[in-house]
Each structure stands twice: as C-alpha cells, then as structure tokens.
Design a protein around this ligand. Structure first.
Ligand code: DNO
Length: 403
C-alpha cells in the first residue's frame, strides 16, 4: 500500500505539461475544469475529455481542486439556490465519472494571500512570504479600505505607515497586482487578468461582505453543506474544504476554517463523513497554536486529501514557505498518522483509503528560473517536495512495519 502521490496541473494553460509531470514520479493529478466559468455545470463530456487526456499519460485524475463555490453562495444571496443546483449537478457528474474527491474553499473574495511571491532564501531559491506590516500597508494606504484603521492596533498602523513610506510607485503597483490578481486569476479568482481597474473592483467585492460576520458566513456555509452533501453521499463523492490561507481574518473579512474549533463546527454542521477536510499543513501551520499532528488525529476519518509543506513563522508573526520537510512543522509525525489512518480505513472496509497527497507549492529553483509557472507551482521545486515526501513515506512505513 502507498499513499497516492499527486501533483497539481492547471489544465491546457499550465506552462507545465502532463508529459513533464509524468516524469516526476507522481501517479495522480489534481486539477479542475478551469475553462468553465464559476457557478456553471461541469458536464460529463467535459469531465471525460480531461480525464481521458490525463490517462493518456499513464496518470489518473484523483482530486478536483477546486470546484469553486461562487461568492453568491458565500454571501447567501437569493441567487444561491440556482448555483447550488449546478454545484450538485457537477458533484453528481464527477461521481459518475469516477472522480470522487473534491477540494474547495469557503474564503470570501480572496483565496490565499502573500505579500511577496519571490523572497530569496540564502541558497538562491525563491519562496513566498507574508509580511504582516506590509499587508497592513496594502490594506490601509494602498487599498484605502474604508474601515481598515479599525482593524489594526496603533503599533501596527505606525509600522504599516513606516513601510508604506519606503515603497516606490512600482512596489505599490506590484504588491496590489500580486495580491489582487496574480495569485487569484490562475485559480479562477474574483479578479481576472484583463480587469482594467482591479483595485476598484476588489474594494467593491470586499464591501459586499459588509454585515456578513463569522456567524453569518457559517450559517451560509451550513446551508451549502446541507444542500450538497446528500448529493455527494448518493454519488460516492467526498468533499474536502481547504483551510483559510493564512488562517486568520484579513481585510475585515470573516474566516471560518482556520483552527480546530472550526473543524469541530464543520462536523456538527453536517456530520456525514462525506463532509471532509483538505488537510493543508502549510495553511494551518501559519498559526503557532495549531498543533498539526493533534489536529490530524482528531479529524482523521474525514481528511480526504492532503497538501503537505512547512511554514516558517517568524517572531513577529510573519511567515514564509520553508522547505517541505523543514522542522517548523512535524511532518514526520503527520506522515505516521496518515499511514495509520490509511491502514485503519482499509481494515474497516472503507473504499477511500488512497489518501491522495500532493506537495503543496514549491520553491523556485534551478531550471525553474528559465520556465514560466504559476506562483507557488514551479516544476523542480515541487518535484523536490514530492521526492522528499515519498522518501519520508517509504522510511516511515518501513519503521512502522519493523518495530
Ligand atoms: C493555493 C491553493 C489554494 C487552494 C484552494 C482550494 O495554492 O492551496 O488556491 O487550491 O483554496 O479551494
């Protein structure tokens, strides 16, 4: 038995091809039908086209990442029922095509946030970085978000102002463009690459969440789950919500998938095991109080998909994406628990014991500098992560069997 090792592929527009992925040792593919607009049905023939293409490289399509949850669903707008109906149809179609794990998120407006996409590490590789004061400067002085000042302490505002004063016009443009467009558009985010006034649109999208607090967002999430999970159950599909990245509130928006109490809430809101989690060690690991091995153990039976990487948190709360096996996250302990859970599932007759994992993100390194890729998804950096995680799995299994 082994875990299903996969890499993410962004479809035909991904500068990295399936032929290249097939050489990395990955056996599975994590992808989405990126050409279908959010909220529309993924028809069986479209799903099969992508599935057949993937299989022609000797790979399998194991996980959908993501089947996007439209903003209208998150906001609880009256149009949500029609969109949820389409969502259910897509879940059913995927199940019928044998694709039974769906990753999605319930983060308002912004899917993930970093202040730098190219932070140079001492060995010359590049990682992604989140600098709190710079993010505050973006919020208060670049976006000029109306309520922003209420969300920071005096100390944070002073630090943000000091950073803002050091920024050139180009820095300001780059930061805004990276946060609003570059990290969002390739994953079907709210602001596309051809948007003429991204900052204006972004502010409008944020304003639509005025009056939607954590309780309201949870209520809208529970509504979605209780509509969709029965369809997932019927068609043998597992849904796996991705944690908030980073796992704390940003830009005045509520966050509801950041810590164990949120997963607790999730299981109560809809107890079915088809209502599951994408265990992303990188996202959850950006909070010091998240103990990853403990969280894994507590929610193991509903963890359907894993993103594995380490996050290095600095003393001031900033963080960057460290090497996959950096000791900042105890991935060896997590790996042991994943293997145990896989063995347990197989023994009790569960069909979902594949436990697909993918190295999450990767450093830009070596030949990656000569090749285009989406932020976080270079070929060689991820290949290195995949190889390290595969080695960790083999070693861990050996020790578990021989002790
Ligand atoms: C970023 C990813 C996220 C993730 C979505 C899942 O690299 O981890 O964009 O795919 O949040 O819906």
């Amino acid at each position: 038995m082994e875990l299903k090792k996969a890499l993410r592929w962004f479809g035909k527009n991904d500068p990295i091809s399936l032929a290249q992925i097939a050489q990395t040792g990955a056996k599975g593919i994590v992808t989405a039908l990126h050409h279908i607009p959010n909220g529309e049905v993924w028809a069986v023939d479209e799903i099969l086209k992508t599935k057949t293409n993937i299989e022609s490289y000797g790979l399998t399509w194991d996980v959908v990442e993501s089947l996007p949850v439209s903003e209208d669903i998150k906001k609880g707008n009256p149009t949500r029922d029609a969109i949820i109906k389409n969502y259910k149809e897509s879940v059913k179609n995927l199940g019928e095509c044998g694709i039974t794990t769906i990753c999605y998120n319930f983060m308002p407006v912004l899917d993930w946030a970093r202040t730098s996409l190219s932070y140079t590490l001492p060995n010359g590789t590049e990682a992604m970085y989140y600098q709190s004061d710079l993010f505050a400067a973006f919020d208060i002085y670049i976006l000029n978000r109306p309520q922003a000042l209420n969300d920071y302490t005096e100390v944070q505002i002073t630090a943000a102002e000091a950073i803002y004063k050091t920024l050139s016009k180009k820095d300001i443009q780059d930061i805004a463009y990276n946060i609003i467009v570059v990290t969002q558009s390739f994953i079907d985010g709210a602001v596309g690459e051809d948007e003429k006034e991204p900052v204006k649109l972004f502010l409008e999208l944020l304003a639509e969440y005025d009056g939607i607090d954590k309780a309201k967002l949870r209520e809208n999430f529970a509504y979605f789950l209780n509509e969709v999970i029965p369809t997932a159950e019927k068609h043998g599909v597992n849904l796996a919500v991705h944690p908030d990245d980073p796992p704390f509130p940003l830009l005045g928006l509520p966050r509801i998938m950041s810590a164990p109490e949120d997963f607790e809430w999730l299981t109560k809101a809809c107890p079915s095991l088809n209502n599951g989690i994408t265990f992303c060690t990188g996202s959850l690991g950006a909070r010091k109080d998240n103990n990853l091995p403990n969280i894994f153990e507590k929610f193991a039976d509903r963890i359907h998909f894993l993103h594995l990487r380490s996050t290095k948190i600095l003393d001031n709360g900033d963080f960057y994406e460290a090497e996959h096996l950096d000791e900042s996250v105890n991935l060896a302990s997590v790996m042991k628990k994943i293997i145990k859970e896989q063995i347990r599932r197989k023994a009790c007759g569960r069909l979902d014991y594949n436990m697909p994992i993918r190295p999450d993100h990767g450093h830009k390194m070596l030949d990656d500098f000569n090749r285009k890729s989406n932020p976080g998804y270079p070929l060689i950096g991820r290949l290195k992560g995949l190889a390290e995680l595969s080695g960790l799995e083999v070693g861990m299994r050996y020790i578990m069997q021989n002790n």
